[in-house]
Design a protein around this ligand. Structure first.
Ligand SMILES: NC(=O)c1ccc[n+]([C@@H]2O[C@H](COP(=O)([O-])OP(=O)(O)OC[C@H]3O[C@@H](n4cnc5c(N)ncnc54)[C@H](O)[C@@H]3O)[C@@H](O)[C@H]2O)c1
Length: 456
């Protein structure tokens, strides 16, 4: 394959008038940089290309660039052909030098070691784009962050590089709502929020997004767009914490939480079903609420409910391990046909046990493991002396734990189902005679029940 590295070193050029930029976008003549070629940036690039735009992909990770140039898709759920089709697309370039009309920043917004927002990638990308975007060009922040990030933080970096937001560069926010692995939604069909830092920025960003996304909602400001996106994920985190707490109450009452939630979900209005589980992974649910609580503290209004939701969700992997410890001896007796009076709940030691985790990806049908409860459960099992392994059709190795995925036929004392991948053979697992702690209610949902399958 011919490498497609852009090498153009165009001079800065004259300040583009907003009307000219809008015309370049409409004519598909604008060079649009996508900064950060990950779970968001890659499908975003594809959507722009599908609408006829010219795209320059920019990523600071040399390994990612090498992988793309070699035609290897670095994000598995996009499919094996994705990288090759992108790289070979006649309107796509991978490169560091071409002057851009527009830059869309889709870099990570993680937490630092103290659990605080780490906007280092956003700042670095903003500085880089201050040098790459032509006078009169447009910069849009797609990354999720708290309100004010675009205007204040990106703006500050641009000004430090001699650029003037609202003067020689337009600046807007349009937080990405991508949901990796979801089959019925893609970048072009997920409604997009757009908010500017001034009227011209808003109008230009709206013109850009309406050129490749079906539904665009222009909101009053960049801050409204940023806050709305953060709230969407806070909403999910709080509801998941709520059902996690509810499931403990119901369990103590002798009720099956999944049955109760299925019953509640028959109401056609005023209710949205969320499921209890082993903890939350990825960026949206475990990380984004921390941006919200940080921003709330900064304005002196502690977000107590959300702080509590974060704590409830974070405690779930430990609860899973404790549930297994409480059940394992009884389960193994049952598996070996040993009858015993009463229960020995709470007495099992995990030391020396061989425990497997089914699914370490943070959600079904993706290969991402960031903040994955499966990985945390493996760590905690090991800390309690268990010998661990995992099986995951999407995640072939976990170098940080020195593990590779094994077949589900691997002998062990128990499996813990953490990620409900469709590729697992639930029937075979249910028949295997190995105790299964099912943190998702996946076996019951498929009609499998036995004394060797225990809900969380
Ligand atoms: N993944 C999702 O499901 C999802 C959904 C909606 C929003 N978001 C948000 O989108 C943003 C990006 O998330 P993602 O999942 O695509 O991240 P990712 O980790 O998959 O990809 C980010 C890419 O950015 C690159 N990068 C880092 N710093 C850079 C820089 N200064 N310049 C150029 N490239 C740089 C990395 O090398 C990486 O390839 C985050 O703010 C995230 O919260 C993610």
């Amino acid at each position: 394959m011919k490498p497609k590295l852009s090498t153009s070193t165009d001079p800065r050029g004259e300040n583009l008038h907003p009307g000219e930029l809008a015309a370049r976008i409409a004519a598909r003549e604008a060079w649009i940089g996508v900064v950060g070629l990950g779970s968001v940036g890659l499908p975003l690039s594809r959507a722009l290309l599908d609408a006829g735009h010219r795209v320059v992909g920019i990523d600071t990770d040399p390994e990612r660039n090498r992988s793309l140039l070699a035609g290897i898709t670095p994000v598995a759920h996009l499919g094996p052909r994705f990288a090759r089709e992108l790289i070979e697309h006649e309107r796509f370039e991978l490169g560091e030098t071409r002057l851009l009309d527009v830059a869309l920043i889709a870099v990570p917004t993680p937490l630092d070691a103290r659990g605080q927002p780490d906007l280092g990638c956003v700042r670095a990308a903003a500085r880089a784009m201050a040098r790459r975007v032509r006078p009169g060009g447009l910069i849009v922040l797609e990354s999720t962050s708290h309100p004010g990030t675009t205007r204040q933080i990106v703006g500050e970096e641009l000004r430090a590089c001699g650029r003037v937001p609202g003067g020689d560069v337009w600046l807007a926010a349009s937080p990405e709502r991508e949901d990796p692995g979801r089959q019925n939604a893609r970048t072009a069909t997920i409604p997009k929020l757009v908010g500017g830092t001034c009227e011209s920025s808003a109008r230009l960003a709206e013109a850009l997004y309406t050129s490749f996304v079906e539904t665009v909602h222009l909101v009053e400001s960049a801050e409204v767009a940023e806050a709305a996106k953060l709230f969407e994920n806070v909403f999910r985190a709080v509801n998941i914490a709520l059902v996690n707490e509810l499931s403990e109450v119901l369990r103590a009452q002798g009720l099956d939480p999944h049955r109760v939630l299925a019953a509640a979900a028959t109401k056609p209005f005023g209710f949205m079903p969320f499921q209890p589980g082993p903890g939350t992974g990825g960026q949206c649910i475990p990380v984004d609420p921390c941006y919200y609580t940080h921003a709330a503290r900064a304005v002196g209004v502690p977000a107590e409910l959300v702080e509590r939701a974060i704590a409830i969700n974070r405690a779930r992997p430990q609860l899973v391990v404790e549930r297994l410890a409480a059940w394992l001896d009884t389960a193994l007796d049952t598996a070996h046909g040993v009858q015993h009076a009463g229960t020995n709940a709470g007495t099992s030691s995990l030391a020396g046990r061989r425990i497997g985790v089914l699914g370490v990806a943070y959600k079904p049908e993706v290969d991402g493991i960031s903040e994955s409860p499966g990985v945390e459960i493996l760590r905690q099992l090991r800390a309690r002396g268990a010998t661990v392994h995992y099986s995951d059709p999407w995640v072939h190795e976990l170098p940080e734990l020195g593990l590779e995925s094994v077949p589900v036929t691997q002998p062990c004392d128990a499996w813990i189902l953490v990620t409900e991948h469709s590729g697992f053979d639930y029937a075979a697992l249910a028949r295997s005679g190995v105790p299964l702690l099912d943190t998702r209610g996946a076996f019951a949902r498929r009609g499998f029940s036995s004394p060797l399958i225990q809900g969380l």
